[in-house]
Every structure is written in structure tokens, then in C-alpha cells.
Design a protein around this ligand. Structure first.
Ligand code: GDP
Length: 195
């Protein structure tokens, strides 16, 4: 898909700040440092739109990007943060629950996993939680350029088995260095949004 416009419209800390309107959306989730900002910027061909390597501990928000006047990408903060207080974590947990449980515009989730390593316990918990909410998930395995091609199948298998990925959920190898996987990622995302 060609991106004609992409704009951050709101960083929402509470559910009353989520934008209204009929536009379908896809959320993007993953451990911090997995390559989520790089993935968003590669897909949208925008260099600095999603900021790379956000500092742990800063205010957690759902960042809503409005794309081509037709749909939203929702950047979910990287999980695996330690540096927030218990009360902050609980408040944030409620915002996340309400988002993933009730958001009617949400058509599915892109979960990013580092292709080099076995999925972590956090990755497993996130995937299980999304499936518990009956959400379709596209797994994007990042940093594929750091693995030799001969080992790609083995690493995909490691992710499928580690997360026990549903048959209907695709696992896409991706690199923001080479843009490998970009067309396939768009195809799967477009299908979620508009079918
Ligand atoms: P985020 O915290 O998930 O948003 O991760 P970032 O997009 O900020 O990426 C974290 C680090 O990994 C940065 O140093 C990126 O340059 C690097 N990175 C992200 N994607 C790739 C990739 O596909 N290939 C390689 N080699 N490095 C990547």
C-alpha cells in the first residue's frame, strides 16, 4: 500500500481519549526494542514518525496514527518495562483491558517478535491474552537480516512452536534494514482492516 498521509492524532493514556469515528484499526504490540517503531516507519515510508527506542519509564500511552484518511495504526507501548510503580501499572492495565476488550474499531493485532530468539514468557503471555480476546494476530518476526537465509525456516518454526500460533495466524519474517517482508505485511494488514 502506498502511504499518502500519516499523522499522529493522539497519545491516549485513558480510554475516554480514544478517537471516535468509523475507521478500522490495527494495533501493534511487542517487547521494547523489538523493532516496532522501525516496522511502523518502514511500512509507512516515514523516517521519524514513530520514534525509535523510546525510553522505558515514560508515560505509557496508546499512540493513534491516522493513515490515508482511512484507518488507524495504534502503537501499544513495549511490554517488559520494569520502571513503573505498581499503581501506574494497574491503571495502565485497566486502560489496556478496556482497549483490547471493548474497542469495536480494532480488527486485529500485529505482534512483533525478535526473529533471532525463542519467544519470551512475556511474548507468550501477550499472544495468549490476545487470543483469549478472540483477536486475529499477525506475527511479525523482526531483524531477519541478522539471520542467515538457510536458518529462516528453523526460526519461524521456533516462533510457531514457542507461542503455539494458531494455524490461521500468519508468521512473517521482516527486516526494516532491507524492507524484506514489507509487501506481505501490508497484504495481511489490509486483509484484516478491510475484509
Ligand atoms: P522499538 O523499541 O520496538 O520501537 O524498537 P526500535 O524500532 O527502536 O528498534 C530497536 C533497535 O533495533 C534499533 O537500534 C533499531 O535500529 C534496531 N532494529 C530494528 N529493526 C531492525 C531490523 O529489522 N534489522 C536490524 N538489523 N536492526 C533493527
Amino acid at each position: 500500500m502506498k502511504t499518502t498521509s500519516a499523522e499522529l492524532i493522539i497519545s491516549a493514556a485513558k480510554d475516554h481519549q480514544f478517537p471516535g469515528g468509523p475507521y478500522p484499526e490495527v494495533a501493534l504490540s511487542g517487547r521494547s526494542n523489538v523493532g516496532k517503531s522501525s516496522f511502523i516507519n518502514t511500512l509507512l515510508t516515514r523516517k521519524g514518525l514513530a520514534r525509535t527506542s523510546q525510553r522505558p519509564g515514560k508515560t505509557q500511552t496508546l499512540n493513534f496514527y491516522f493513515i490515508n484518511d482511512r484507518f488507524h495504526f495504534v502503537d501499544v507501548p513495549g511490554y517488559g518495562y520494569a520502571k513503573v510503580s505498581k499503581s501506574e501499572r494497574e491503571a495502565w492495565g485497566r486502560t489496556m483491558e478496556s482497549y483490547f476488550e471493548k474497542r469495536e474499531q480494532l480488527k486485529g493485532v500485529v505482534q512483533l517478535i525478535d526473529a533471532r530468539h525463542k519467544p519470551t514468557v512475556d511474548d507468550e503471555m501477550m499472544y495468549d491474552w490476545l487470543k483469549h480476546h478472540d483477536l486475529p494476530v499477525i506475527i511479525v518476526a523482526t531483524k531477519a537480516d541478522k539471520i542467515s537465509k538457510g536458518k529462516w525456516d528453523k526460526h519461524i518454526k521456533q516462533i510457531r512452536e514457542g507461542l503455539q500460533v494458531d494455524k490461521e495466524d500468519p508468521v512473517i519474517l521482516f527486516s526494516s534494514e532491507t524492507a524484506y517482508g514489507k509487501d506481505r505485511a501490508w497484504k495481511e494488514i489490509t486483509q484484516l482492516l478491510f475484509s
